[in-house]
Design a protein around this ligand. Sequence first.
Ligand code: OAD
Length: 241
Amino acid sequence: MSPTNVVILTGAGISAESGIPTFRGSDGLWEGHRVEDVASPEGFAANPTLVHQFYNLRRAALKAVEPNAAHQALARLQKTWGNRVTLVTQNVDDLHERAGSTEVLHMHGELLAALCAGCEHRFKSRTDLKQTMPCPACGAHGSLRPDIVWFGEMPYCMDDIHHALTQAKIFVSIGTSGNVYPAAGLVRMAALCGATTIEINLEPSVNTSEFDQRFIGPASVEVPRWVEQLVRGTADPLPQA
Ligand code: OAD
């Protein structure tokens, strides 16, 4: 197939086989915490030390995981089709980048970044964050927080995502449960813009009926298979990662 405009949305399921737990386990807890305690502005205000510790642990855990075949297949697709491919992720890990993706729209922020709640300066940070650290831009103490979009906050990159959807011929959603908006609403917007919509998931998402096609199975198998199908017929074979 000739290169065409594709918008890809990934969720926790694409990183599950790399060893990063998904959010919605059967016990309703996230790594032993209530989600609202560690993923909301109210939770941070109530106990900033706990929230910093929580994300410091998540950040450290990234060192023990590697991208899997699904991340690598998407990176190859991006390299082959260039800016025809828009990669949007809800994930805060860096596995897309480590697989070779260069343009990744992190709509829920990034573990390896920090945000100053005072001056809104955002910067890359691989180190542990602490309440006492000063903001490198405004110098304020006590205002740094993980650059994560918490519940009740506006996701990043929405203008870029909406623009890409208006151009999209294909929208594919990979490894996301469809519980969290606005990400879960992108399939409807893509359909309104005329795109074919595809879901790849271990099990059907809550909004699976909104997709034209679905591939049910592990991302490490289904994503490389879908990418190969997509580009079959192009002059150049996909380079290996
Ligand atoms: P969820 O934990 O809600 O859903 C994970 C999805 O991945 C489920 O639909 C699983 O079926 C699927 N899945 C699990 N293993 C898989 C595999 N090996 N291959 C393919 N699919 C697999 O995670 P998200 O939908 O990403 O937001 O959650 C959305 C948002 O909720 C997150 O970004 C986070 C959370 O609260 C914020 O932190 C703002």
